[in-house]
Design a protein around this ligand. Structure first.
Ligand SMILES: C[S@@+](CC[C@H](N)C(=O)[O-])C[C@H]1O[C@@H](n2cnc3c(N)ncnc32)[C@H](O)[C@@H]1O
Length: 172
């Protein structure tokens, strides 16, 4: 997405003006396969990711937006229904042009409602076998215990078999 595609419908150049230089340097280093975006608007950043991606055949994007806009959009009386329609259109153009199997999951709502609330820690009792015995300091358990202790008032541990720990977020 370099702005030269006349099939796109963008009404601003926020992404081109501000973010693209950083993303041009960062994204190829990370080569993400699964991306969660909060705040998609007309889809400029999402279309950039779809167009730029030449590292995964099965890139997956999760685009969260209320499509209600923030206070600045409300003050400026931006027609957010039209913004959402342009998002749909632009994503469809980007997907068609990419020639790859790119899934875009459009998730409409507040990020705080839609972001995952159930965390699964896998393999938490994995440990290194040392001559003197199992070395638990090399296991994920310490970090997971620290996390669940620090956030103990905001989490509920869901009972499950060993090696996985399921934690439910119950407060912000
Ligand atoms: C500056 S625009 C995003 C620009 C877009 N990434 C681009 O490349 O053009 C910010 C968007 O974030 C959305 N938004 C802000 N806070 C949100 C939240 N907590 N949950 C969902 N969407 C949110 C607004 O509706 C708005 O569409």
């Amino acid at each position: 997405m370099d702005g030269s595609n006349h099939n796109y419908e963008f009404t601003n150049d926020w992404f081109q003006a501000a973010a693209i230089k950083n993303w041009d340097s960062l994204v190829p280093q990370i080569k993400p396969r699964k991306i969660l975006e909060v705040g998609s608007y007309e889809g400029a950043s999402a279309c950039y990711l779809i167009g730029k991606n030449d590292w995964h055949e099965d890139l997956e994007l999760f685009c969260i937006d209320t499509w209600e806009g923030g206070i600045t959009h409300k003050v400026a009386k931006v027609d957010m229904d039209a913004v959402e329609q342009r998002f749909d259109h632009n994503i469809s153009v980007a997907q068609t042009e990419s020639g790859k199997n790119i899934s875009v999951h459009k998730m409409k709502g507040m990020s705080s409602d839609l972001m995952p609330k159930l965390i699964a820690f896998d393999d938490c009792l994995w440990k290194e076998n040392k001559p003197h015995g199992d070395d638990l300091t090399m296991s994920p358990k310490l970090a997971i215990d620290a996390f669940t202790n620090v956030f103990s008032r905001k989490l509920k541990i869901v009972p499950a078999p060993l090696y996985q720990l399921y934690v439910l977020k119950i407060a912000d």
